[in-house]
Design a protein around this ligand. Structure first.
Ligand code: FE2
Length: 322
């Protein structure tokens, strides 16, 4: 039997079980918007894209979807590597990531029903970064973790990115993010938001089983995760952006790029799952990040995949559900 949540129920519900960040539960923040564009509207440093999904919600609502904030903090007492990363990676991501997150949260409180984050909230595992996760999302967040939530350092060599790699690091991530980081779901106004950890490109048999249990609820599903599922258009755009900097477009043939997209095509559990999803009519949309570019492509007859660019750029997308 379908369980229908009103917004009031939803806001009340997440206080006890964790869920999408209800805007009424987001922290109250000081207005520091005057630092940029002081003579313009206070939210105009946010760069927002808009999309609408006609999904048959019991009540229309909208969310702010952000991803890839890449917080880069470390306390003075943390190890040398963390302190070096703080210096290096703060430059990489511009040094205003926390402001971007605060702007997003403030904007969400006034303009949408809830906030969704799909991973790489932090850039690597530091005490200060995990404390920021707890500070901004408290016990009421929903979304997905990213590959950087499992980073001890940036680009380590000789590492096999698999479930074993996560062991030993998983507990810290699980402690900071109150939802089930492997797989979770939350129903809002008749829409089932299902999140899973696909940070190294693959999914596990256990996640597939749990997804099938969600399908049995019979509700339309929005899949939330970090790494987009492969489509040719999203793949081409990522290759163009990441491996062709400084080159105008002519062809992608000479620009191979080994990454998680390849794993999705080669790993049987994952490729079977994606093939199944292409025919699952209850799947009505996919929300992802990771690529740091904003792009959409049709994933299946019933679902479009929406990839949102980096929140460290003050970027996000509002998705309207009707
Ligand atoms: Fe990222």
């Amino acid at each position: 039997m379908k369980k229908i949540f009103s917004r009031r129920d939803f806001v009340k519900g997440i206080a006890s079980v964790g869920g999408l960040v209800a805007v009424s539960k987001l922290p109250a923040l000081a207005d520091d918007g005057a630092a940029f564009f002081p003579s313009r509207g206070k939210w105009e440093r946010l760069v927002l894209a808009y999309n609408q999904i006609e999904i048959g919600a019991t009540k229309p609502f909208s969310i702010l979807h952000i991803s890839d904030t890449h917080l880069t903090q470390a306390y003075p007492h943390e190890n040398t590597q963390s302190l070096k990363l703080k210096e290096l990676r703060t430059k990489t991501f511009g040094g205003r990531q926390e402001e971007a997150l605060r702007d997003s949260i403030k904007w969400a409180k006034e303009n949408v029903d809830f906030l969704l984050h799909t991973g790489d909230l932090i850039d690597w595992q530091s005490e200060a970064n995990f404390d920021l996760v707890k500070k901004y999302f408290g016990s009421e967040t929903f979304g997905a973790v990213g590959n950087h939530e499992y980073s001890r350092s940036i680009s380590p060599t000789g590492v096999k990115y698999n479930e074993d790699y996560k062991n030993g690091m998983r507990d810290k991530v699980a402690a900071a993010f109150p939802f089930d980081i492997a797989f979770d779901s939350k129903v809002v106004n008749g829409v089932n938001f299902v999140s899973l950890d696909d940070v190294f490109g693959y999914v596990t048999e256990n996640q597939v089983e749990r997804f099938h249990a969600e399908v049995k609820k019979g509700l339309p599903i929005i899949l939330c995760m970090h790494v987009p599922f492969y489509t040719q258009k999203i793949w081409n755009a990522s290759r163009k952006f990441w491996s062709a900097v400084g080159k105008k477009y002519s062809t992608l043939k000479d620009r191979p790029w080994e990454c998680s997209g390849d794993i999705q095509l080669k790993d049987k559990v994952t490729s079977d799952f994606i093939a199944y999803l292409k025919n699952e009519k209850l799947l009505r949309g996919i929300l992802a990040g990771h690529a740091h570019i904003t792009i959409q492509d049709r994933f299946s007859p019933s679902a479009i995949e929406y990839v949102v660019g980096g929140n460290f750029h003050f970027h996000g997308q509002e998705i309207i559900f009707t």
